[in-house]
Design a protein around this ligand. Structure first.
Ligand code: EPU
Length: 432
């Protein structure tokens, strides 16, 4: 079992370079299946969700070659299996993108239901609704989702909820369907635009990504391309908050400031100083941190994936803050762990009251999901004393060398391996 040991109380300072976006990469890698030629994907983050995506591609028959730091050449032309078995699908929620990509390319797909996860109910009804609208039949048997279609035809798809995953899956399945597909009430996250840009660079015809109406005119063939994944908005936001929580001064490089607007505005309200440049920003703290209310909503609102991190910062601020979770049913599971570190947070349904105590204390804690883990790291960096974080495999799903980057900024953090029977058990847990 690996864990992080953090000796808190050190100001972060210096420069950090943000890696490629997890939630873009885990869609772009399966999207390569749609190409009739090899593709080169750059700025791929080194995280376990990416490793699993690459493993699934290899198991299907794709040739995957690491041709440089963060760069992969993927040749999908020899793919001869349209199945993602339980053993791999269960490890990563985003394995559902193989449904859209395989259906779009081969008119069939067989993918195990993605595993449950600790954020509450995660249905895939909207994904299936999109596939059906395009002409696919689906069946759910023994934990496998089977999709088949004689042919895929463009269609009008109206999502009942704003969903990132179903919007991306609809794009993957529609990109080669005959005729025009119109997706309404589409999600607008930066990774939606990134997937559209990637597909368009292969010859697709997708318009409107980043707005709530996406139009896709189907094309017969998609060709090879070289494409760089966008920087990770959430990794950048996490480092911004880590800098603020330690009253540090950090230059965050390789970012798109526009993607961070909602985070930047909220942090400024809390009293954090931020200076933006073309592809970097500087974060530092001069005066006191003060309370703020935060409501998470789909993009361009404040991202749910930053909610545990900002809650941690607000425990260090003056006054009482109200946090309202607007996306997931259960995104406050980390609160129990933060309480062990001295946080005063009361949760009632989707609302949390954070009493700024100004101080946190080191304690042994457990990451219950990816962003909860990030929040505990921030808490550990700001706390007095030593924090030990267990179950860091959650963190390694989505953060590229988090401890190495923090050490470069002056943090006292180390990863230690503790021989423990639980490590095998941890590996079996589901992804976020
Ligand atoms: N929903 C449905 N039906 C569906 C799909 C979604 O009702 O068929 C509901 C969900 O229950 C949820 C809401 O719609 O209440 C939004 O879910 P969405 O589909 O947008 O989430 P997702 O695609 O499963 C992605 C990210 C999450 C991130 C959410 C919201 C990936 C791989 N995951 O999940 O990222 O929280 O969008 O932005 O892209 C993370 O990175 O830590 C993470 C959990």
């Amino acid at each position: 079992m690996d864990k992080f040991i953090i000796k808190g109380g050190r100001r972060l300072s210096g420069e950090v370079t943000i890696s490629g976006a997890k939630n873009a990469a885990v869609a772009i890698l399966p999207a390569v299946i749609l190409s009739d030629e090899p593709c080169v994907i750059e700025n791929v983050p080194s995280i376990s969700d990416v490793n699993i995506s690459l493993r699934i591609l290899k198991e299907m028959g794709a040739e995957v070659e690491n041709i440089g730091k963060d760069t992969y050449r993927i040749d999908p032309t020899h793919i001869d299996k349209c199945c993602v078995p339980y053993e791999t699908a269960r490890k990563m929620r985003a394995s559902y993108y193989f449904l859209g990509a395989l259906l779009g390319k081969f008119n069939k797909a067989r993918v195990s239901m993605p595993g449950g996860c600790p954020l509450g109910d995660r249905p895939i009804d909207q994904h299936l609704k999109a596939f059906s609208a395009l002409g696919a039949n689906y069946s759910l048997t023994q934990g496998m989702i089977d999709l088949t279609a004689d042919k895929l035809s463009g269609s009008q798809i109206f999502f009942d909820v704003v969903t990132v995953g179903a919007t991306m899956n609809a794009m993957l399945a529609a990109v080669k369907a005959e005729g025009l597909t119109i997706i309404e009430n589409a999600a607008k996250e930066p990774h939606i635009v990134d997937l559209a840009n990637f597909l368009n660079s292969m010859g697709a015809n997708i318009m409107g990504a980043g707005t709530d109406v996406i139009k896709i005119r189907g094309v017969e063939h998609l060709h090879g391309t070289t494409y760089a994944v966008i920087p990770d908005q959430i990794e950048a936001g996490t480092f911004m908050i880590a800098a603020a929580a330690t009253k540090g001064d950090v230059l965050i490089k390789n970012i798109i400031p526009k993607h961070l607007e909602s985070i930047t505005k909220k942090l400024e309200k809390i009293g954090v100083s931020i200076e933006q440049y073309d592809d970097s920003l500087r974060v530092w703290v001069e005066g006191p941190l003060v309370k703020a209310n935060v409501k998470t909503t789909p993009h361009p609102g404040f991202p749910t994936d930053m909610q545990p991190q900002i809650a941690t910062l607000l425990t260090l601020a003056e006054g009482t803050s109200i946090i309202t979770e607007g996306v997931w049913e259960q995104r406050f599971r980390y609160v129990d762990e933060l309480r062990r570190m001295g946080a005063d947070i009361t949760v009632n349904g989707k609302v949390a009251l954070v009493e700024g105590t100004g101080k946190l204390f080191g304690a042994p804690v457990k990451a219950c999901d990816l962003r909860a883990g990030a929040a505990l790291i921030i808490a550990g960096l700001a706390a007095q004393g030593i924090t030990e974080i267990e179950d860091i495999f959650h963190i390694e799903r989505g953060y590229d060398c988090m401890e190495g980057k923090l050490r470069e900024l002056g943090a006292d953090i180390e990863k230690v391996s503790v021989p423990d029977k639980a490590s095998a058990k941890s590996d079996k847990k589901e992804a976020v």
